[in-house]
Design a protein around this ligand. Structure first.
Ligand code: PEP
Length: 252
């Protein structure tokens, strides 16, 4: 799949069902047919089916999930499978988000299993990588990103990888209001492409869409999206407000 402009809104654990439906309605009204950009709404699990009904009539608006389990079904109380996600219209799933790494202790092997499962059901993974402030300050950020990418990507064929979207999300910028500068984002996105080229080849490295995430908002999106290797944004806080999210979509 060739590179695309993408804006994905990760709502995390926020909003009631009614608030969620209203937010989607407002976003659809504001953005309507701006088809150059793929828009992905990633609400909490209980709202997926309902939001899918709102999005399904729109071109270039897609539903995503925040997580999936490593198995298709079975005795895993409280878990949600890719199989289920696909049955409610999900086309994308986040894997490797720093909050899953930090709070739920998810590891590379979990990410590999989750992505394998997602791909079985035609759900595209948005695989997130990112360094902490400690790794950046000690100049270990490139090494860490290489490790995070290599551990997972080497478990997939080139054909499988062609379904991936990557997201660079420096942990120090997530929910902190501190954004990577356009220069820092561009530098890391170009580096990520070079790691992908080493693992696969330069064509697929050039084709993969790489999103930036970390306090991306209506004010800074334009500068970030201008960068040659930044193909869009994975948006947290600013995705909870229709005006902000719409402005970000129009920032290309
Ligand atoms: C995120 O959680 O993926 C994210 C980028 O959050 P925020 O935009 O709030 O930093």
């Amino acid at each position: 799949m060739s590179r695309q402009k993408i804006v994905a809104g990760n709502w995390k654990m926020n909003k009631s069902l009614q608030e969620a439906k209203t937010l989607v309605e407002m976003i659809l009204n504001q953005v309507n047919d701006f088809d150059e950009v793929i828009k992905i709404i990633i609400p909490p699990f209980p709202y997926l089916d309902s939001i899918n009904s709102q999005l399904s009539k729109k071109e270039n608006f897609f539903l995503g999930a925040q997580n999936c389990h490593t198995n298709a079904n079975g005795a895993f109380t409280g878990e949600i499978s890719a199989n289920m996600l696909s049955s409610v219209g999900c086309k994308f799933v986040l894997v490797g988000h720093s909050e899953r790494r930090q709070y739920f202790k998810e590891k590379d092997a979990d990410f590999v299993s989750k992505i394998k499962e997602a791909l079985k059901y035609n759900i595209q993974p948005i695989f997130c990588v990112g360094e902490t402030i400690y790794e950046r300050k000690t100049d270990n950020h490139f090494k860490l990103i290489t490790e995070q990418l290599t551990a997972v990507l080497t478990q997939f064929t080139l054909i499988e990888f062609s379904k991936f979207i990557l997201a660079y999300e420096p942990v120090w910028a997530i929910g902190t209001g501190e954004t990577a500068t356009a220069q820092q984002a561009q530098e890391m996105h170009a580096y990520i492409r070079s790691v992908v080229a080493d693992i696969y080849d330069s064509n697929i490295a050039n084709d993969v869409s790489i999103l930036y995430g970390g306090s991306c908002n209506a004010q800074n999106a334009q500068e970030l999206f201008k960068c040659k290797d930044v193909d869009g944004g994975l948006i947290g806080g600013a995705a909870l407000n229709a005006d902000d999210f719409s402005k970000i979509i129009f920032s290309f």
